[in-house]
Design a binder for this molecule. Sequence first.
Ligand code: ADP
Ligand code: GLC
Length: 490
Amino acid sequence: MTLKHPVGAGDLQSQHKILFVTPEMSDYVKAGGLGDVAAALPRAMRRHHDVRVLIPGYRDVLSRHADIPVIGRLPAASGLPACDLGCVETLDGLTVYVILCSELYDREGSPYGDGAGSDWRDNDVRFARLSLAAAEFASGVADPDWCPDLLHLNDWPAALAPAYATWRGTTTRSILTIHNLAYQGLFGQERISGLGIPDCAFHLDGVEFYGKLSFLKAGISYASHVTTVSATYASEITTPEFGCGLEGLLRIRADQGRLSGILNGIDESWDPRTDPHLASPFDVNDWSGKHINADHVRQAFGLAVSRGPLFAVVSRLVHQKGIDLTIEATETILRQGGQIVVTGRGDVRFEEQLRKLAAHYPGRLGVRIGFDETEARKMFAGSDFLLMPSRFEPCGLSQMYAQRFGTLPIAARTGGLADTVEDGVTGFLFEEASLAGLLSAVYRAVDTYRSQRRLKHMRRAAMKRSFGWERSAKQYHMVYRRALSSPATA
Ligand code: ADP
Ligand code: GLC
């Protein structure tokens, strides 16, 4: 038998079966950074383990595969419907299990809501079904030929899995990765019986959060180990300022050595020398390509020809990302001779404000409301600075993409931004997510822009930063090993 992913002899002993459970994966559908992580991390982990992915059968998944072979049937449980389990292989040989349940997943919209941005009303059932399927894998009833040694669960939609596994008497170890603590999956207590949650679990040390059911808290309570996506955020979430009410429990996990921060990476497709989406390739020894990309972006957004700095925003338009601060800073940035391009979608209020600003400053501010990865890549390549005044940022991928493309982030010193941007070397950090803070960094950036020598020096430093997945994969490998040898919880 030939191994698809050759491993060293020493590694073979520690090869385990890992089920990576995720509500999004950019092979099919991406709402934010988790989509990218879910596409890259299982592939990076294949060097160490037999990793397979479990994802709901959204319309985007079904439309990508003409035929999804059914390998099993998951029974109904309480108010959760029965469904088929499909299994496909990606072109590069990654096994993806798909939960086939058209009444829950085959809809037009994002994984979480409709086209108008409202959450699906049955998200509790949709993601309890995902979590339960993971637990069914752990107990060997989902795929009789493949029973995972470890569940790796991502964010609240998968976070009930360790609880279901425990209630079913399964001792399979689990890792919960929190990509964003602000999204917890909170639902009314009256929903618990329909989700098959025992009444006795609805208490402070179980799934209850201030009188509500919290999927995320269930995960933190029952998982063997919790990780989040940067070291700084791992420590921030143990404080009242960033802990979203879960800081007490997270502090306990940290004291038990069961909370770790592992920085995300970015995949190799983010390379300005080879990215086929760019108007022109470029590298640290030849900036002409970067200028061609800048011209292209200016044209695409209807901006005037300019020798001033070009600032980009590629972001979900939500409070977390400090979009309101960027909006407030616009006039000053334009007065400094800058231009701004924005691609994003999110809160209708911010979308509206940005549209109005664009109408007010034609030729100087260009706005595209929408989600377009090709456009985003072009913007990272053609801009001088990326604005990212996040109030909190578990990791953030955009600032890493930007650096790889020689665009210097202007970012708040928080979470993964603090861990990936070196102030004055590869970008500009400011201490407090406020207008004054943001502007102080903007002034420093504009000042740098005026000295082309300093600008190029920083661009070079940024482009040379290594954000590969291999380092993170090694850290996950250690966490997996620890969880596998830990005593069963709860
Ligand atoms: P978050 O997951 O909190 O949104 P990240 O920085 O981790 O933030 O990841 C966001 C990802 O989504 C990045 O790949 C970013 O480039 C991309 N992105 C965000 N908004 C848009 C958009 N409107 N169009 C294209 N890509 C976007
Ligand atoms: C979340 C966070 C972001 C992180 C991403 C991937 O959406 O907001 O900071 O980079 O998940 O882990």
